[in-house]
Design a protein. Structure first.
Length: 89
């Protein structure tokens, strides 16, 4: 199965675990001390929020599938106050 992989550092992992279910309409499939992962089927994406202290500057973005338009549409409908910040510096 083709899948889009996106792993990003998040400033506050607990806040991200609370926020992303609103965006993805799904709870995380796995939560650990240093990351939370959502294995979504529609769109077909593996998304993980990674605590910045675990791997500084760590970002994975692989395009291994199609159909992320649904996710982009959901993101555009999510209000800015609900969106988590991603410090990439």
């Amino acid at each position: 199965m083709k899948r889009f992989h996106l792993h990003l550092p998040v400033g506050d992992l607990q806040a991200s675990v609370a926020c992303y279910p609103k965006l993805f309409a799904a709870e995380p499939s796995r939560v650990e001390a240093d990351y939370a992962k959502w294995m979504l089927e529609d769109p077909c994406i593996n998304f993980a929020g990674v605590a910045p202290s675990s791997v500084p500057g760590f970002v994975i973005a692989e395009i291994a599938g199609a159909g992320i338009g649904v996710l982009i549409d959901r993101a555009m409908r999510t209000s800015a106050k609900d969106a988590p910040a991603h410090p990439l510096a």
